[in-house]
Every structure is written in structure tokens, then in C-alpha cells.
Ligand binder design. Structure first.
Ligand code: PLP
Length: 289
């Protein structure tokens, strides 16, 4: 699928990527002043669409960007982009910046139209609950040095990018983060879950983590299923290092098993049974959201 120069949505129009032009004075470019979303879709079926749009609206409200677009407007854009991309496994990227002012000045400008951009990009096929076939993650860990407003899905991602790169630099695929009290927050681009003695545990929602849609759906699915006790609570570094299983969750990964943390095996170093059950339940229920 050639989607490099596919049709993208920019400020009300669908144009080829090469013709989509944004002002260098756009505050998204100058300040990272914007909100974004990534919604997964498989064969034209969107996952968690309304939840993603609700989170984006919360972000826009938090930073005072007024945009007259509702979930149906976004869905129309998503459908057009999926059609023009040939409906494979796609991430729908939605981005709203505060727009382009006539000067570079920190204060929120008045009377500036937000810039609205959306495009579709290929993502891997949906994860399946296959212990042998699933991609196994090795991760490193470090102190979370991002800002204190991680609940906002801001386009200012430099803190996350730098943490992600720390993993790349030591040859692993993610970096999990601990706050200054050595409590788990999340990973640079995912939420984190752990399992101990058949209990599934993840840090609570607050300003230290993104309220992940996959996290939300997984917690709901596990609670409705009832096979495992589920807890949202602070997790210290010692507990995490002693976990039976560790998972990363995100829209494009779904539930990804972590087998190594800082060079040490997680649990027995193999993909866990509870991961398999959780991913299987997630696969069976994700289109209901
Ligand atoms: N945490 C961070 C920092 C992220 O960037 C992401 C996804 O991009 C997530 C968590 C997972 O969120 P979601 O499940 O909504 O994709």
C-alpha cells in the first residue's frame, strides 16, 4: 500500500500529502502547542473511536483551544482517509494545533483558527493471543523527567522522544519510567501493567500518566470478565522488578508482553499465561468500544 503521498486532511480539505502546507508560524511547529490522537483501525473497523475523540476534546479544553468539531465530524474524516488508503491496518492520526499567528509570542492569541490535520499510516496487524508469535519486548528504565501534565496528549513530545531514545540507545524497544519517589508512571509511549500472584495492577490515573484508551478498555474488559483481581494503585520499583509479568499497552501494540527489564528476566523470562488470557479477551471485545 503506497500511503506516503496519500490523501491527507488539512483545514477542511483532502489533499495529497505533498500539497499539504502549514505556516512556519504555526504554534504547533513553534511551541508544540497542540493536541493529537492516534486511533487504530483494522480492515476499516475503528477501535475505541469515541473514547479517543473524548480524550482529544479534554485536551483541547485543558489548553483552551476552541474547535467546533464533534465525534461525527472526526469519524467522517477517518472514513475518508481509510477509504483512500485502502483500508488495511491503519493508525488514524488527528492533530489540532492552536494555529498560525502573525508573530511568535507565547500568550494564546485571539482570533486565530486552529490548524486541523489528519492522515492515515500503516500499523502492524492486530496482536493475537499467541505466546510464540507475539512480539516480546525488552525495556530499560529511568527516572521520568517529563513535565507534570502527562494526562494531556500534547504534541510537545520531546520529553517522551528523549526517553524513548534512551531505550533505543541500549538496544531495547521501550523505556519505563519511575517518578522521584521510585513509583512507576508509564513508558515513553505506552501505559504499563504488571501481574503478581494473579493480580493485574496498573498505576492510577493522575497527572503523571496519559489516560490510555487501551488501558481503559483493558481494565473494563478484565473487570467484566472477573477471572482476575484488578487494581489501580501506586507501584514501587521493587514490586515492578519482582513482577510475574509486565505488559505495555497502547493503541498500536494492544497488550505487549515484556520479558526483560534492565537486562533481567521478568518473572520466568517468558510470555505469561495471564498476558495470553488478557490479550485474548481484549481481541474478542475491542470493537465493542
Ligand atoms: N502513554 C503515552 C505516553 C502514550 O504516548 C501512549 C500512546 O501513544 C499511551 C500511554 C497509550 O495510550 P493509548 O492506549 O490511548 O494509545
Amino acid at each position: 500500500m503506497a500511503i506516503d503521498n496519500n490523501i491527507v486532511f488539512l483545514n477542511g480539505e483532502f489533499v495529497p500529502m505533498s500539497e499539504a502546507k502549514i505556516s512556519p508560524l504555526d504554534r504547533g511547529f513553534l511551541f508544540g502547542d497542540g493536541i493529537y490522537e492516534v486511533v487504530p483501525s483494522y480492515g476499516g473497523q475503528l477501535v475505541g473511536f469515541a473514547l479517543h475523540i473524548e480524550r482529544m476534546q479534554n485536551g483541547l479544553n485543558a489548553i483552551g483551544i476552541k474547535l467546533e468539531m464533534g465525534v461525527d465530524d472526526w469519524r467522517d474524516i477517518a472514513i475518508k482517509l481509510m477509504e483512500s488508503s485502502g483500508k488495511g491496518n491503519l493508525g488514524l492520526y488527528f492533530h489540532v494545533s492552536r494555529g498560525a499567528d502573525t508573530k511568535r509570542f507565547h500568550a494564546y492569541p485571539e482570533h486565530v483558527q486552529p490548524t486541523v490535520f489528519a492522515y492515515a499510516f500503516e500499523i502492524p496487524a492486530a496482536t493475537t493471543a499467541d505466546k510464540q508469535g507475539v512480539k516480546q519486548y525488552k525495556v530499560t528504565s529511568t527516572e521520568d523527567l517529563r513535565w507534570k501534565r502527562c494526562q494531556i496528549k500534547s504534541t510537545s513530545l520531546l520529553g517522551n522522544v528523549m526517553h524513548f531514545q534512551q531505550g533505543q540507545d541500549v538496544g531495547v524497544q521501550e523505556t519505563i519510567l519511575f517518578n522521584q519517589h521510585k513509583e512507576l508512571t508509564e513508558a515513553s509511549a505506552c501505559n504499563v501493567f504488571m501481574v503478581k500472584n494473579n493480580v493485574v495492577i496498573t498505576p492510577p490515573l493522575d497527572n503523571q500518566i496519559l489516560p490510555g484508551i487501551t488501558r481503559h478498555m483493558l481494565l473494563d474488559i478484565l473487570r467484566k470478565d472477573g477471572s482476575f483481581q484488578v487494581q489501580e494503585r501506586a507501584l514501587n520499583m521493587t514490586e515492578v522488578r519482582d513482577a510475574d509479568e509486565l505488559w505495555l499497552t497502547s493503541s498500536s501494540k494492544e497488550i505487549a508482553p515484556v520479558v526483560e527489564l534492565d537486562g533481567q528476566p521478568v518473572g520466568n523470562g517468558k510470555v505469561g499465561d495471564i498476558w495470553q488470557k488478557a490479550q485474548s479477551l481484549y481481541s474478542a471485545n475491542k470493537y465493542l468500544y
